[in-house]
Ligand binder design. Structure first.
Ligand code: SF4
Length: 730
């Protein structure tokens, strides 16, 4: 393959358009695609340096088997036969729940693999599914299910028409929109200000995106009190759209009762945001002709992610900003997946665990994975298939408890591009394709769900041929199911057809007759009703714009998927939890003088990966970010080594002194800790420390409404260990 191909990045949900120059099946350059209809020439450093991942000497090119401390190359036939036999034996002896699965963030940006993975685990009968959603966003899914009738009815701010936007715990310049599609966020948000609007960031750190608007510090993990007071003020001063509430919503009086105790003055005592500032924000929000509040990971990972997301949605709903131009919209994807799920009775939130914790979007809380492996019981997990993930670095792992749990498993299979820290503990590693090696549509995050201000469709063929012994994930699941004696898609005939296609897909000639992923995409497009076939979409290599998402297309329509067709402002379990907020408030008052730790995302990485990209690593370690006042109090200077201790564990890390932090808050970049990464030669030289050692796992340390991990806003003690000059760091 040679020439310039247009495709889109699938490292994160932003899915920027890229121009990839290829010579003899090698990437020679990647640049942002200026003609892409949504990203319009924007991309971040990760996308344009993906060639270093694609052609990394560390990339896995063959199936590998671990023999003690040694790795041996094996054939696919051997790998599949051995893994299949072990899965069969485990299920026969212990039942299907013994086989677990963990999926990393990249599994959400791959169109075809989920169909085969889902079929494989459905045939197996396991519910032991874990993933990154309970580490960063399951609280939002829970709220949308309760209020709008489906986890994936996710409203998003109508950024390009808004007059007032307020972001809590969000840093779009580094992390994207947070379940909505926002390429080039700084420019898009600056445009709001240019047309006379306001953009406000409420965050314990002055982030990279803050330069697009105003910034207010908030004490970590107190957003729920800010939002309760915001809503209380909104109601008190009559900024509720009564007609809309009465016509389209239920539960307003219960909602009002919950927020009544939360005045701006009470919120100020724990948030640090002056009551007058909060009132000013409420007035501006209410006066704007189209306004929206939005929150992201920093709030999701706190102790009250679900309550915060609920209050935020209620603010947008009762003020009349939901389903309004410039407010928050419920977009239309190319295929109404939530409606289809509702019609077929697919449940996105179940309580089928023995401990009563919820399963959101089919996924158990990852914070319970170590318990589920270590504790005896009928559903004990004894094998784990890990796809595109590294739970050891991104999930709570105090004192290496999750590491120890994975060591005890009878079978660990890693499906990945590299042997990461979790892969190191695997018994088998199966090499998968990169996004440049597969055909795709921009997946669920926007084209299917519609949570995008610019509505479009885009198809890409594979840009590169995959190395000969590397396989796409769909193929791996199809063949693994066969090897484990499972029947895919509920019929022997369909199973046989899948196996035939998996075999044909390996040869150039076979692909001409096989039902390849490309043909599956065609079938999806036919069902979607966008009126484009794959062949047509090839004529739009930069994407094809669809009709804009419109206001007035949600409330009062069948798209509200609750049983009565109304927005539920007061779901019973959520309201009950909100009545317990006084306890948290008392604890916040008590901890006011203590330091709190937040995690920090970095543009050059995504969770735990990209640290092996030589063009993106610049430092040997991550740092603890500390405000100058706190540094003076701790008697530490730039570069000094400190110990950070939580109730669960401690780590040692050098200090970076910066006034971008709120006094009383420290930040530690997330996803580091590569000291054991034998399969990541670059990352291992830049190990840093794992912030998630400081988080707690188990039932006591998750948010009960959604199973979210508590990874940010953790009370810590910091003490000096060694000055920089002594460590030779100056
Ligand atoms: S923001 Fe960066 S990582 Fe995300 S899709 Fe765009 S180029 Fe890829």
């Amino acid at each position: 393959m040679s020439g310039t191909r247009y495709t889109f990045c699938r490292i994160c949900e932003t899915m920027c358009g890229l121009a990839v120059t290829v010579e003899n099946n090698r990437v020679t350059a990647i640049t942002p695609d200026p003609a892409h209809v949504a990203s319009r020439g924007y991309s971040c450093v990760k996308g344009v340096h993906f060639d270093q991942v694609q052609h990394s000497p560390d990339r896995l090119l063959h199936p590998m088997k671990r023999l003690g401390d040694r790795w041996e190359r094996i054939t696919w036939d051997q790998a599949l036969a051995e893994i299949g036999a072990r899965l069969r034996a485990l299920v026969q002896t212990h039942g299907p729940q013994a086989v677990g699965y963990y999926g990393g963030a990249s599994t959400g940006v791959n169109l075809i693999a989920p169909l085969f993975r889902g079929a494989c685990f459905a045939a197996l009968g396991t519910r032991s599914i874990y993933g990154n959603s309970s580490l960063d966003c399951a609280n939002k899914f829970r709220v949308c299910e309760d209020m709008y009738g489906h986890c994936f009815r996710l409203p998003f701010p109508d950024v390009d028409h808004s007059r007032f936007l307020l972001f809590l715990g969000a840093n779009p310049a580094v992390s994207g929109g947070g379940l909505f599609h926002l390429p080039n966020p700084v420019q898009r948000l600056r445009a709001v200000v240019r047309r006379g609007g306001r953009v406000v960031f409420v965050n314990p750190r002055r982030t990279e995106t803050s330069r697009a608007g105003e910034h207010l510090f908030i004490r970590p993990d107190t957003d729920v009190f800010f939002l309760a007071a915001f809503l209380n003020e909104l109601i008190t001063w009559g900024h509720v759209d009564r007609a809309r509430v009465e016509r389209y919503m239920t539960g307003f009086e219960d909602l009002r009762e919950v927020v009544t105790p939360w005045t701006p003055e009470r919120a100020e005592a724990v948030t640090g945001i002056p009551a007058a500032s909060l009132r000013n924000l409420v007035t501006a929000y209410a006066a704007a002709d189209g306004a929206a509040l939005h929150m992201s990971t920093g709030v999701n990972q706190g102790r009250h992610g679900t309550l915060s997301a609920w209050l935020l949605e209620c603010i947008n709903a009762v003020s009349g900003n939901l389903d309004r131009r410039g407010g928050s919209l419920m977009g239309q994807g190319i295929f109404d997946w939530p409606a289809e799920g509702k019609r077929t009775g697919q449940s996105m939130r179940t309580v089928d665990r023995h401990d009563g914790m919820p399963t959101i979007v089919g996924s158990h809380p990852t914070s319970l994975l170590a318990d589920d492996i270590l504790q005896p019981g009928p559903d004990r997990v004894r094998a784990l298939i890990v796809e595109a993930g590294n739970p050891l670095l991104v999930a709570p792992n105090p004192r290496g408890r999750l590491t120890e749990a994975l060591r005890q498993l009878e079978l660990v299979v890693s499906i990945d591009l590299f042997r990461n820290e979790t892969g190191n503990l695997a018994h088998y590693i199966l090499p998968a394709t990169t996004f440049l090696e597969r055909a795709d549509l921009p997946y669920a995050m926007h084209s299917l769900l519609g949570d995008t201000p610019v509505r479009y469709i885009c198809y890409t063929d594979a840009v590169l041929e995959a190395p000969p012994d590397v396989r796409p994930e769909w193929w791996i699941y199809a063949r693994l199911a066969d090897a484990a004696g499972l029947t895919l898609f509920g019929s022997r005939w369909r199973h046989w057809a899948v196996q035939l296609n998996a075999r044909l897909a390996l040869s150039r000639w076979g692909r001409l007759v096989a039902a390849t992923p490309e043909r599956l995409i065609s079938a999806m497009l036919r069902r979607s009703g966008v009126g484009s076939r794959r062949e047509h979409l090839r004529k739009w290599p930069h994407g094809r714009l669809l009709d804009e998402n419109q206001p007035g297309t949600f409330l009062g329509t069948p798209r509200v998927l609750t049983d009565d067709g109304k927005v539920h402002l007061a779901p019973a379990e959520i309201v009950a939890a909100a009545h317990q907020l006084e306890q948290s408030y008392a604890r916040e008052l008590q901890d006011r003088q203590r330091l709190k730790l937040i995690t920090k995302r970095e543009l050059r990485s995504l969770n735990s990966w990209m640290h092996n990209n030589p063009r993106l690593v610049s430092d040997r370690t991550n740092y603890l970010y500390v405000h100058p006042e706190d540094a003076a109090q701790l008697a530490v200077r730039e570069g000094d080594l400190v110990e950070v201790a939580s109730a669960f564990d401690s780590v040692q890390v050098p200090v970076r002194v910066t006034d971008e932090m709120m006094p009383g808050t420290v930040a530690l970049p997330y996803g580091w800790g590569h000291g054991d990464a034998d399969g990541l030669s670059i990352a291992k030289q830049h190990p840093g420390v794992n912030s998630n050692h400081l988080a707690g796992d188990g039932l006591q340390n998750i948010e009960a409404l959604s199973g979210m991990a508590h990874l940010s806003g953790i009370v810590v003690d910091v003490r000096a260990v060694e000055p920089a000059w002594k460590r030779g760091a100056l």
